[in-house]
Design a protein around this ligand. Structure first.
Ligand code: NAP
Length: 290
């Protein structure tokens, strides 16, 4: 039997951790599949993606900057249709491409797996970029009350508009609520928040050193808040370590990464993803890199 090829397309893409977790999962399930990072220069990208599928590709993840372009090439489902952004592409028997967005559900599934209840919970999301958009959509569809705060008010408004304007696609009615908070007021909203999610890059490792900055006033946090940082490099940002010292429950971005990958794995293979195996493979890789 010939190997079924899968992968992630983007530009650049060499930093992607997806090959590590998908190949570990294939090995665990004894699948003769191979997942690779495919860097596509920004010329004729649609043709190149179509060509990859014509050659018998079993599925592609799509990362920056091609998530919207992928949306324009396929029949988009669920969050991908709402957000006009696709991170997982598969081809059906007649060669039609279908697109999905698994990032937002990845975070929600991860939080559920950690017994975090989102129903009617107030969630303060810091940042209004790509990650914020997908998680706000998934949180609002999980019946949460989301407050988005970003230093550029227009970007926060864009996130709110996108979530609000797309509530009926696929007949999935939005159950939660979403609103914006001025960046200068975010610390005042902490006391009334159940969860706080950092969706900014503040705290990421840059030039091998973790960014020591904080996205909020740590003194405003009490042990009652759950703190989620979407960053996974470093595994523990200053925000998470100081929140932990205050007694908060904390989660880094690894869970979201693994669970979005697990959803993509199931879409591509039709099989349940071995989440622990994927998690261990990434953790081992990140530890080696330190
Ligand atoms: P993005 O599109 O560049 O958006 C970043 C957001 O953070 C923007 O609103 C940006 O504001 C804001 N921001 C950046 N620096 C800031 C600062 N110094 N002060 C205040 N706000 C600042 O990035 P993204 O793709 O959404 O990613 C955001 C974070 O999530 C990154 O750390 C990324 O690694 C992480 N992430 C994790 C996963 C996962 O699976 N765990 C997936 C995706 C992303 P401006 O527009 O004003 O610059």
């Amino acid at each position: 039997m010939s190997v079924i090829h899968t992968g992630v397309v983007g530009h650049p893409v060499s930093h992607s951790l997806s090959p590590i977790m998908h190949n570990a999962a294939y090995a665990e399930l004894g699948l003769d599949w191979n997942y690779e990072a495919i860097d596509l220069e920004p010329k004729n990208v649609k043709d190149k993606i179509n060509e990859i599928f014509t050659e018998g590709c079993g599925g592609l993840n799509v990362t920056m900057p091609y998530k919207h372009l992928a949306y324009t090439m396929c029949l988009a489902h669920g969050a991908a249709a709402r957000l006009k952004s696709v991170n997982t592409l598969i081809s059906d028997r007649v060669g039609k491409l279908h697109g999905y967005s698994t990032d937002g559900d990845g975070l929600v599934n991860y939080l559920f797996s950690q017994s975090i209840d989102l129903d009617r919970k107030t969630i303060l999301v810091l940042g209004a970029g790509g990650a914020s958009g997908v998680i706000c959509d998934a949180l609002v569809h999980s019946n949460a009350r989301v407050l988005v705060s970003a230093r550029k008010l227009d970007k926060a408004l864009q996130v709110v508009d996108r979530v609000m304007s797309n509530q009926t696609i696929d007949n999935v009615r939005m159950k939660g609520e979403i609103d914006i908070v001025d960046w200068s007021l975010r610390n005042e909203l902490i006391a009334g928040s159940d969860l706080i999610i950092n969706a900014t890059p503040i705290g990421m490792t840059k030039n091998k050193e973790p960014d020591p900055a904080l996205p909020l006033d740590i003194n405003a946090i009490t042990k009652h808040q759950i703190i989620v940082d979407l960053i996974y490099n470093p595994l523990e940002t200053r925000l998470l370590s100081e929140a932990k010292e205050k007694g908060c429950t904390t989660f880094n971005g690894l869970g979201m990464l693994i669970h979005q990958g697990a959803l993509a794995f199931t879409i591509m293979t039709g099989k349940k993803a071995p989440i622990e195996v994927m998690h261990n493979a990434i953790r081992a890789h990140l530890k080696e890199r330190v």
